[in-house]
Design a binder for this molecule. Sequence first.
Ligand code: PGA
Length: 280
Amino acid sequence: MLLILRKTYEDLSQEAARLVADRLRRNPKLVLGLATGSTPLGLYAALIDKHRNEGLDFSKVTTFNLDEYIGIPPAHDQSYHSFMQESLFKHINLDPRYTHVPDGMVRDIEAQCQWYEQRIREVGGIDLQILGIGANGHLAFNEPGSSLGSRTRIKTLSERTVRDNARFFSSMDQVPRYAITMGIGTIMEARELLILASGAAKADAVKAAVEGPITATCPASICQMHQRAYFIIDEAARSKLTQVPIEEVTGREYAAPGYQSLRLGEPSEIFGERRTRERS
Ligand code: PGA
């Protein structure tokens, strides 16, 4: 697990975009896992900028979104379909045939979940999965208590998540209570994880995920088991970490057993790895 610290949300977003762009330039057929929520918006804006100004090409990219509300039609302005359309898809040159967002309106949810897993397998698996982290430590809609081996399925949202999401809906009774979500097992099969966290409201979740025990009580803590999990967090989100002596870190080095840290503002070194695997 690599912990990359950036001063502000803007810095964090730029760093994340640098990583995504690097992986995409190495592999134009990248299979990219996407997340919704406010956290990745800066990353998406930076990717749009790179598409427009640096010619970053998404035409051969396949995407899979983590989740979607059940009972919200794709055209609804709060659906994750709409969110992705507005914040990323319509601004870049993705081929719509290669974008996947679970359908929260299907009659047979179980079949839809199995199809989603199968599609991911068919394209060779997810190369890079972007993730936010919930204030309660959830990953996608894998709420506390979710099986750490879970696959794509229907989940009941926790009261905390329903409350956190209420700001997007005009009344509490409109806030969805169920979602289709990739499972934790599905997420863990991605070759690389990029977890973003910004702001003081995420500080407890970041601490539990990075320094806490691996437990279903904090699903994001499973990232400690992933060989290529990168947390990019800003100063406010790192404020409760106690095991990283930031001031003493002089470069990339082990700050504590189990993870590495990078000094604020220092270019990260996660870009030097050459990919050898090619997908047909
Ligand atoms: P947020 O949500 O980016 O809107 O804070 C993240 C999450 O719940 O996973």
